[in-house]
Design a protein around this ligand. Structure first.
Ligand code: NDP
Ligand code: 8X3
Length: 249
């Protein structure tokens, strides 16, 4: 099951797991985009695909979606907790409360809701792997991004806490923490301002969504006794969330 599978890293994960012949549950709010990803995933080799129109901020909807999965889809082996977003880039004391709430509700509470709905089944069945999307932003806060960075710092704590809480079961827990990845992320952050979004990637060859998906599938494909706790990955031109070597052009 991949949340936020309608674009970017989530859609790339759908393709990468499809190439492994997996059965995929794809979740996001934009049903049309999900249907396109679903079609491509089938062409790529997915054994079968089940799409769920889901807003992870709605606890009741998340729990119901998991509880009401058709029986042949009920046993989720791998959960990629990917749904997430940033909104705005401004000084904390000038930030918009609505933006903060959207980021916290999606990146922290949404991740918790999906985890709470899916992991009990993994524990009972004695198999499962949760792969959470963290970020370099969770390691080192950058100016004007305190709330987004805080959500990814929270992901880090939740990832580490869950790994401790499933200890003694065969369930694995991994955080994949990328730096700059060129997706719709900046377009969403700047609410469709393409010029401002393009500036984020100026003079840098960013990671692609496929680069991240490859690492996620790699973590999932380790032998069952191996748990990859965390993978921090950046473009070569990025050292951390603050330091870049941009080409002068
Ligand atoms: P995209 O904007 O391309 O994709 C975000 C996905 O999240 C979309 O599929 C969107 O689907 C989904 N989503 C957002 N809000 C909700 C919601 N309330 N309920 C369900 N799905 C939701 O960005 P990325 O692929 O880059 O982002 C994916 C993850 O990777 C995020 O967690 C992000 O924080 C993280 N990340 C991104 C980095 C980057 O530089 N791009 C770097 C490090 C981490 P829909 O709108 O259809 O609901
Ligand atoms: C996304 C990467 O640095 O733009 O998590 O916040 S960054």
């Amino acid at each position: 099951m991949i949340t936020g599978a309608s674009s970017g890293i989530g859609a790339a994960c759908a393709m990468a797991f499809a190439a492994e012949g997996c059965r995929l549950i794809l979740a996001a709010r934009r049903a049309g985009k999900l249907a396109e990803v679903s079609l491509r995933a089938r062409e790529r080799g997915a054994h079968a695909v089940h799409c769920i129109d889901l807003d992870v901020r709605n606890h009741f909807a998340v729990q119901t979606a998991i509880d009401e999965l058709p029986p042949e889809w009920g046993e989720i082996d791998i959960l990629v907790n990917n749904a997430g977003l940033s909104r705005g880039l401004e000084k904390l004391y000038m930030g918009k409360i609505q933006d903060w709430e959207e980021m916290i509700d999606t990146n922290v509470k949404g991740l918790l809701y999906v985890t709470r709905a899916v992991v009990p089944g993994m524990v009972v069945r004695g198999r499962g792997h949760v792969i959470n999307l963290g970020s370099t932003a969770g390691e080192l806060t950058y100016p004007n991004g305190a709330v987004y960075c805080a959500t990814k710092a929270a992901e880090r704590s939740i990832n580490d806490g869950l790994r401790q809480d499933v200890l003694g079961t065969p369930v694995r827990v991994t955080s994949v923490d990328p730096g700059m990845v060129e997706t719709d992320f900046s377009l969403v952050r700047f609410r469709g301002d393409t010029e401002r979004a393009a500036k984020v990637y100026k003079g840098v060859k960013p990671l692609t969504a496929d680069d991240v998906a490859e690492v996620i599938v790699w973590a999932a494909n380790r032998p069952v006794h191996v748990n990859i706790a965390r993978v921090l990955m950046t473009p070569v031109q990025q050292a951390n969330s603050l330091l870049f070597a941009r080409n002068e052009t």
